[in-house]
Design a protein. Structure first.
Length: 265
């Protein structure tokens, strides 16, 4: 109802404004200059009054409506986070890459006089190394084994009638958990291996007390178990990998003398 009244008043004011503006030319036609000035002045004053009434009615109408709620600003568009690079996933392991339980490695040191043939290093790891297990129980560089020929300054290489017995050292270094079982053990208990362990292939006892063996037969190999965590009884909580190391004597003709070497398996 209030809106209709407001519209009626505004329309009436507009009609009067237009009517006065249209009558002024007719009222001053044929009149004296003084009369024309009076009519125009009155007409303009009346038109100004009508304009003021129009503005006042507009303000009164806005005041009656009360304060208008502020228009809500549209929320800013959410910026999309930068796309993160997809994590690199390890390539699937094929069956050919898995270790064969019956796989046997064999090598011999000292085939020639080069420095490379005097030693050999074997590294067992998860995805790196010479032997790759692809197992979560194994870490990289879990076990490193280094084989070396031991130089014997006391042997007489010119005594060609006597067979020279080659001597070797085996150094084991572990970064993960490892259990070891020596060939000469009487019990069946694996022991936790030291972070560094040395074995000697020779008949004489070592002054430093390192374990020594004339050879390591295949029937009683050096056994090493590799895994992740150990229980209170010294056994692995989950699975483990077991590796065997043994030797086989090989007679080699070296110039004018005979030498007894060892093949490692």
């Amino acid at each position: 109802m209030a809106n209709k009244t407001y519209i009626s008043v505004q329309s009436f004011v507009v009609v009067l404004f237009l009517l006065v503006a249209g009558l002024i030319p007719f009222l001053i036609g044929g009149q004296s200059l003084y009369h024309q000035v009076i009519v125009i002045s009155l007409g303009l004053g009346f038109m100004a009054a009508l304009a003021a009434v129009f503005v006042l009615t507009l303000k009164v109408h806005k005041l009656r409506q009360g304060p208008q709620p502020a228009k809500k600003k549209a929320p800013p568009a959410r910026s999309k986070p930068a796309a993160q690079p997809a994590p690199k996933t390890m390539a699937a392991v094929t069956p050919k890459e898995l270790l064969d339980p019956g796989l046997v490695y064999r090598f011999r040191l000292g085939k020639d006089k080069s420095l490379e043939s005097q030693s050999k290093r074997v590294i067992i790891g998860r995805h790196e190394g010479h032997i790759k297990t692809h197992s979560t129980e194994i870490i990289e560089n879990h076990l490193e084994i280094e084989f070396r020929i031991r130089q014997d300054p006391d042997r007489d290489i010119y005594n060609t009638d006597k067979t020279l017995i080659q001597k070797y050292s085996i150094d084991l270094r572990r970064a993960g958990k490892a259990l070891i079982y020596f060939p000469n053990q009487d019990d069946k208990t694996f022991r936790e291996m030291n972070s560094r362990q040395r074995l000697l292939i020779q008949s004489e006892e070592d002054p430093e007390g390192d374990p020594h063996f004339n050879s390591i037969p295949s029937g009683k190999p050096l056994r090493i178990q590799l895994g992740d965590r150990l229980r209170h009884d010294g056994k692995f909580v989950a699975g483990y990998f077991e590796f065997h190391l043994f030797t086989k004597a090989v007679e080699v003709e070296a110039g004018n003398y005979t030498r007894m070497d060892q093949d490692f398996y």
